[in-house]
Design a protein around this ligand. Sequence first.
Ligand SMILES: Cc1cc2nc3c(=O)[nH]c(=O)nc-3n(C[C@H](O)[C@H](O)[C@H](O)COP(=O)(O)O)c2cc1C
Length: 68
Amino acid sequence: MSMQLMLVARAHGYDTNPMAGYDKDRIAEVFHLDKERFQPVMLLSIGKASKEGYPSYRLPVDTIATWA
Ligand SMILES: Cc1cc2nc3c(=O)[nH]c(=O)nc-3n(C[C@H](O)[C@H](O)[C@H](O)COP(=O)(O)O)c2cc1C
């Protein structure tokens, strides 16, 4: 679902950034959400990038996964 949202945002000219490293105990409170109802999974920022993106490196899938 997050990936779809990121792709749709991009298609409409917005940039996104997924984050997992945030204070999950406080996020509901900060966004005025019901802590008992919503379980934090991932934080996704959406906006217009202030700087151009840059290329970065990812290990090839064959290096990090084996297929049985
Ligand atoms: C599910 C998910 C969670 C992420 N969480 C974090 C995060 O908590 N902190 C962070 O610095 N980058 C996080 N990232 C990576 C950033 O979104 C971003 O891709 C990365 O900072 C880009 O750096 P790089 O391409 O130069 O390696 C996460 C990526 C994914 C897909």
